[in-house]
Design a protein around this ligand. Structure first.
Ligand SMILES: *Cc1c(COP(=O)(O)O)cnc(C)c1O
Length: 454
């Protein structure tokens, strides 16, 4: 028996030149975001203080394919096409008949999939004369991705980093500063909302929702600034579809078709980026993969949250979005997968889940880190804490195949490396990591503050 190909390479000239907009192929469009004052769908004018027109157009577009600008392709070529790997050593270690493939996004300068959207976001802002971008970051991956992208276009970048991560991940902060960004611990003294929270609680751990409120407040106070979001929105998921488009071409090279696609979901962007091009093929009847979201048991937005209109941030400054939510003032336990600690889920992923086109499971963090060790010791790459959820789900599926003897093809996204998350591994190895259960009373309490829409 010959050894199967491990690294499935795509050449630069084979790199896709369009993003895929899944909305064009869905049986129904996702419900629109609403203005919290009027409860009417938000229009371009409502969003103009926050985003450049090109991104607002992409946000509401129903066009199936959108051309990737040449200037964005030029920056993408620094690390794209990204590799697809067949996890042969992991398969052997598990003794599974399944064939496991992972698309690796840790090869980007920031070490995750996030530059796939930070680069076009910086590009479109720059093209419309914006000189400064504000944003929030949880674990620091989005902040570093935006700091890298703004450096490419000579723009200023100001970042509110969730306080718990700011303390736990000093090297992420330094990385952002190396690329020239200004970084605040959030809640911060730089905004009125931050000052109010700090007055009540000097050691406030912060949350993504709070950091978004601060970054939005700083943006609207400066006419030359716009705001950038690293996940959740339609245009972000659109930009990430380069992942799935490449993976489709790579799998075709080895003649495999996925039976199961799993991805970790924080705001839904790496998952959507991988899964949507395959969903297109599924909706066209060309393949029939099961598509599965994996979330942390401590922040189970899809599996335990409600599908309702809610704010994207804690202070209630954003439009209302119809999404799976645990309540905009829900503050998740400080699990190590900081990028998965968000109270909501992308409206597009929520919608697809409601349509029955994707399923979801929640996994506690110790099982995820156990899977990550097996993965690192076989495949070599140390995963970021977020995709350890996708790896744990992949291992569950592969072990189920071992029971049944099914030779399923499993595809997952290894959306970032964990080189700046070794403190989490240190905790796991020392036996100090704990799992958090999320009691229903805690969810009910946070849901009580979600607006009731008539
Ligand atoms: C930000 C991030 C996530 C979570 O965001 P999604 O939009 O759900 O992809 C997951 N993994 C990594 C490595 C991240 O940087």
């Amino acid at each position: 028996m010959s050894t199967p190909q491990h690294h499935i390479h795509l050449s630069e000239s084979e790199m896709p030149t369009t993003w895929y907009n899944v909305i064009a192929d869905l049986p129904a469009p996702p419900p629109p975001p609403l203005h919290p004052g009027t409860m009417e769908p938000v229009g371009p004018d409502d969003l103009a203080p926050l985003f450049p027109m090109a991104l607002i157009e992409q946000e509401v577009s129903t066009q199936r394919y959108i051309d990737i600008p040449g200037e964005v392709l030029d920056v993408y070529r620094l690390w794209r096409p990204s590799p697809l790997f067949r996890a042969t050593r992991l398969e052997q270690a598990l003794g599974t008949p399944a064939r496991i493939y992972y698309k690796y996004e840790g090869v980007s300068p920031a070490g995750s999939h996030k530059p796939n959207t930070s680069v076009p976001q910086a590009y479109y802002n720059h093209a419309e004369g914006v000189t400064r971008l504000t944003t929030e970051t949880g674990a620091g991956q989005w902040g570093s991705a935006l700091a890298f992208a703004t450096a490419q276009y000579g723009m200023e970048c100001e970042i509110w980093m969730v306080a718990a991560s700011y303390r736990q991940k000093p090297y992420r902060r330094t990385m952002m500063q190396v690329w020239g960004a200004t970084v605040h611990s959030s809640p911060s003294n730089a905004t009125e909302y931050g000052r109010a929270l700090l007055a009540d609680h000097v050691d406030h751990p912060g949350s993504l929702g709070i950091a978004i409120s601060e970054a939005v407040a700083a943006c609207v106070a400066d006419p030359n600034a716009r705001y950038a979001l690293g996940s959740v929105l339609n245009h972000v998921l659109l930009h990430q579809t380069i992942i799935g488009e490449e993976a489709l071409l790579q799998l075709a090279k080895v003649g495999d078709v996925p039976d199961v696609i799993v991805g970790c979901t924080g705001g839904g962007s790496n998952f959507g980026g991988l899964a949507f091009p395959f969903l297109r093929e599924k909706l066209a009847g060309k393949m029939n993969p099961t598509i599965r979201c994996v979330e942390p048991a401590a922040c189970p937005t899809l599996t335990k949250g409600e599908y309702r209109y809610d704010f994207g941030d804690t202070a209630g400054m954003t439009p209302l979005m119809k999404m799976h939510t645990l309540g905009h003032d829900f503050i998740p336990e400080p699990i190590h997968a900081g990028g998965l600690r968000y109270h909501g889920m992308s409206p597009l992923v929520s919608h697809i889940y409601e349509l029955g086109l994707a399923e979801a499971i929640a996994i506690p963090q110790r099982e995820c880190f156990a899977g990550a060790l097996t993965f690192a010791r076989t495949e070599g790459i140390v995963p970021a804490p977020e995709p350890t959820h996708a790896i744990a789900a992949t291992i569950r599926e592969a072990l189920a195949c071992k029971e049944t003897g099914e030779e399923k093809v499993i595809l997952t996204a290894l959306c970032g490396h964990g080189h700046l998350d070794l403190a989490s591994y240190e905790k796991y190895l020392a036996g100090d990591m704990v799992d958090y259960d999320l009691p229903d009373e805690v969810i009910a309490k946070a849901m009580a503050n979600v607006p009731v829409i008539a």
